[in-house]
Design a protein around this ligand. Sequence first.
Ligand SMILES: CC(C)(COP(=O)(O)OP(=O)(O)OC[C@H]1O[C@@H](n2cnc3c(N)ncnc32)[C@H](O)[C@@H]1OP(=O)(O)O)[C@@H](O)C(=O)NCCC(=O)NCCS
Length: 161
Amino acid sequence: MRSTDRIVRRRYVTTDLDAVIEVFQRAIREVACRDYDPAQVAAWSKVDRDEWEPWRLTRPTWVAVLDEKIIGFSDLEADGHLDMMFVHPAHQGIGVASMLLATVEGAARQEGLSRIFTEASITARPFFEKRGFVVDAQQQVTKEGETFINFRMHKILDREV
Ligand SMILES: CC(C)(COP(=O)(O)OP(=O)(O)OC[C@H]1O[C@@H](n2cnc3c(N)ncnc32)[C@H](O)[C@@H]1OP(=O)(O)O)[C@@H](O)C(=O)NCCC(=O)NCCS
């Protein structure tokens, strides 16, 4: 049995909020921290739970679940923007993000989108490149007074096979 065989993908529900916040913060603090300095990591991983709660419901979000524990999540906005792609540090490199991306792409096709786009962190850029995204531009964004480099990337979706 492959390590991903027991991973289930499903739509996010409100009771998943604390679990996705934990994945978000741990992925940044324990994985993306290799590409960003401590002040950037602190700013990026700061979460206002009261803001996240309604915000998570403004677009479809999918979670990857292993043994009833959320180990990753991603989302898709109506214009094709993939905003979030985060995998728990203990479950990196086994295809969780790839599974989530396949779900996002399937949803995008169903919505009639031919293109999806994201702002990839330095950490995530190689993942997105492996999965067919191309870099449009390097950009600087600001959060909590910290400036970050990331990459605007897009992927043209093939027709469903
Ligand atoms: C980027 C991230 C989502 C990838 O998740 P993952 O589940 O480990 O990715 P997968 O296992 O599906 O990897 C798919 C492919 O990308 C490659 N890959 C993933 N991350 C990589 C990296 N940092 N460098 C090089 N290759 C990478 C894998 O080797 C794999 O290649 P393969 O198909 O040849 O086996 C995860 O590392 C993460 O959460 N990073 C920290 C948070 C972050 O920066 N999120 C993105 C915000 S935009």
